[in-house]
Design a protein around this ligand. Structure first.
Ligand code: FAD
Length: 408
């Protein structure tokens, strides 16, 4: 049996919830499906920049006070982030505080707002395949859902992305280059540790986020982090697989990083990994009736690996594209989506990627000096860049544009 909707949103993470909230808010019949049931686990540091906080207000009408009351927000840092190279503290950058959310509660809250606006929530429904031309999503249960449009927001290992087909990368058929996708997919490991002196414990409380670059423990194009976590510090690393020097296993690199941080007997820690798109935003994330958003489309900023904001923004932009497409046809949906991406998200992804390679190559050849010099040259402006007040493009002032249906 095929159940019909105006829009089927596959995946109820931040990208899917944003898309569903915008579209249901316009009175459309929206299915928001997920293979899991909220609250579900999600490996993530949970760091929100100022632009993410603004996006939450725009798309969901959420304030920080709402986040704190209704689950999700557990920590706001003092106005610092510390940058380390090995055991050396390179710099402390000051500007606006960062917020930290517990992803299971946060994602459940966002999905519940989409549902409160009228979306049909379908948990425990895994997508088996998708037909981009027909707008049909086949579920593992054997059921089918059809939509005038489908938004694929099913994360880094997206099944809906396969429906883009094997056409030439960026070609008119919307195909994508799978080898390039794999090349730019980072491996990431993250654990949450109790504070203490015992095996597998973190030796101190963490209130200020730390970034660790360049040490042998962290692969070339990638970095490590120590963030405040809801139950204890979260320690993670991410890096492009191709940068794994001397063929060392990524897990072994991570254990060395834990040792550097003073974790006693890190082998006793159970490791958890998840791929992170790290420089592979798709040139054409729409084909036929399908638009991809968030990690499914590779929309993650490739210097710091920030993905929550880009999931929220691309989910909302895809929804605005659909609103245009419902009036003017499939091509108009893709064109409007791409117009919004080009005006907002793409320049950030392109310029952060340039900066990433500049900094990582400089570090490989000259050690920490150039990075330290760079960060200390304009700490306030660089912090504003991370928060989205300035662009990665030459630190210009940045304003974020939103499409139809968002914040109306
Ligand atoms: C270790 C790690 C740390 C990170 N830390 C940060 C951070 O601190 N700050 C930040 O901004 N970003 C961070 N990111 C990136 C961020 O987590 C992602 O970019 C973000 O979650 C993307 O949101 P999304 O909605 O696109 O995908 P997801 O959040 O992955 O949601 C996808 C949803 O689709 C569902 N799904 C998957 N497959 C199917 C299927 N076949 N059928 C149906 N449903 C399906 C999943 O259950 C899931 O609910 C981190 C990533 C990693 C790996």
């Amino acid at each position: 049996m095929v159940k019909s909707y105006d829009v089927v949103v596959a995946g109820a993470g931040p990208a899917g919830a944003a898309a569903a909230a915008v579209l249901a808010g316009q009175g459309l019949r929206v299915a928001l499906l997920d293979r899991a049931t909220h609250p579900r686990p999600k490996l993530c540091g949970g760091l929100l920049t100022a632009k993410s906080v603004e996006a939450l207000a725009r798309i969901f009408g959420l304030t920080l006070a709402d986040l704190e009351q209704r689950g999700g927000l557990f920590h706001q840092t003092p106005q610092y982030v510390f940058l380390h190279h090995g055991r050396r503290l390179l710099a402390g950058a000051a500007d606006e505080p960062f917020c930290f959310v517990d992803r299971p509660a946060f994602d459940a809250l966002l999905a519940s707002i989409a549902v409160a606006r009228g979306a049909d929530y379908l948990p425990g429904q895994a997508v088996e395949s998708c037909d981009a031309a027909l707008g049909v999503v086949r579920l593992r249960s054997g059921a089918e859902l059809s939509g005038r449009f489908v938004i694929g927001a099913d994360g880094a290992n997206s099944v809906t992305r396969r429906a883009l087909g094997a056409g030439p990368a960026g070609g008119p058929s919307g195909g994508y280059d799978r080898a390039a996708w794999r090349r730019d997919l980072a491996a990431a490991i993250e654990v949450e540790l109790p504070v203490g002196g015992g095996p597998g414990c973190f030796p101190r409380q963490v209130l200020v986020p730390e970034l660790h670059v360049g040490a042998p423990h962290v692969p070339g194009a990638g970095y490590g982090w120590v963030f405040p976590g809801p139950r204890g510090p979260k320690v993670g690393i991410c890096g492009l697989r191709r940068s794994g020097r001397d063929g060392r296993d990524f897990g072994a690199i991570f254990l060395d990083f834990l040792r550097l941080l003073g974790v006693h007997r890190p082998e006793s820690v159970a490791l958890h990994g998840h791929p992170l798109p790290y420089g592979n935003a798709l040139a054409r994330p729409a084909s036929g009736r399908l638009l991809l958003a968030g990690d499914a489309g590779g929309f993650v900023e490739p210097l710091f690996g920030e993905g929550i904001f880009y999931a929220l923004a691309t989910g909302a932009h895809a929804a605005s594209g659909v609103l245009c497409g419902l009036k003017n046809g499939e091509a108009a949906a893709a064109a409007e989506y791409e117009r919004l991406l080009a005006r907002t998200v793409r320049p950030e992804l392109v310029w952060s990627n340039r900066l990433r390679w500049l900094l990582f190559r400089a570090m490989r050849h000259f050690g920490a000096g150039p990075v330290q010099g760079f960060v200390q040259s304009a700490p306030a402006a660089l912090a504003q860049m991370v928060h989205g007040r300035r662009s990665f493009k030459l630190l210009r002032k940045k304003t974020w544009e939103w499409g139809a249906g968002v914040g109306e």
